[in-house]
Design a protein around this ligand. Structure first.
Ligand SMILES: [Zn+2]
Length: 232
């Protein structure tokens, strides 16, 4: 989904590596960026502080949308239900299905589109990448293309000219994101990935596994203190 550089992008900012890199990339391309985060009762709520820190670095506006009342109803996911443990492993493992939060990205993207329309922004940006595709259907190109159509129909006459959904990493790997982010001087130490949301990155949940492998593959030094050593 590559289009023109937006004038003003509302970036869905989880405080993780991917969305932070997306914000840095758009800013480097000359777009004005606003960061929008979502509190859906995720156990790794501390990622919201990371999103705030990244916004601060960029001098960008940062808003947090309170979806906790919705999140409570999305029970059964390891990310929102305290009764369900976060699995260790990779996104390609069957066990990762439990980390899907029902319809999460559609919910967040639709809210972000509303915010963008109200702010007369001409883009909503999202940090999904190829590594997400295995487990999360709402990170795939087919979903973005259809959502773009739906957004255009549902806001006809109200969208800023050239409005687009931007997913700059949709067709690249997380290692590619680390490489790009390193070039853009993203302060990696401010980003938060771990689903477990404890003091340190656990190092073994799906997103920690992806994070540490992406740094290794990219040949970029990983400043993240992990609670566990690399297991290979
Ligand atoms: Zn973790």
């Amino acid at each position: 989904m590559t289009g023109h550089t937006p004038r003003h992008a509302v970036v869905i900012a989880s405080g993780g590596l991917d969305s932070s890199a997306a914000a840095y990339l758009l800013a480097a391309q000359g777009a004005s960026v606003s960061l929008l985060s979502f509190d859906y009762g995720q156990r790794h709520r501390k990622e919201l502080d990371s999103a705030a820190a990244i916004a601060d670095q960029l001098g960008a506006v940062h808003d947090v949308v309170d979806l906790t009342s919705v999140g409570r109803l999305l029970a059964g996911s390891a990310l929102t239900d305290p009764a369900v443990d976060v699995p260790s492993g990779h996104y390609t493992d069957a066990s990762m299905g439990i980390t899907v939060v029902p319809n999460r990205n559609a919910i967040m993207l639709e809210v972000a589109v509303g915010v963008a329309v109200a702010a007369e922004a001409d883009a909503v940006a999202f940090g999904a990448h190829t590594g997400d595709h295995a487990v999360y259907p709402d990170c795939r190109a087919d979903f973005f293309e259809k959502l773009t159509e739906s957004v255009r129909a549902g806001n006809e006459g109200f969208l800023a000219p050239g409005f687009q959904l931007v997913a700059p990493f949709l067709h690249v790997t997380k290692a590619d994101i680390v490489e790009t982010a390193a070039r853009l001087n993203l302060p990696f130490h401010l980003t938060w990935s771990c689903y477990r949301g404890e003091d340190l990155h656990c190092g073994t949940c799906g997103t920690c596994s992806e994070r540490r492998e992406a740094f290794a593959e990219a040949g970029v030094s990983d400043p993240t203190p992990y609670a566990t050593a690399v297991v290979r």
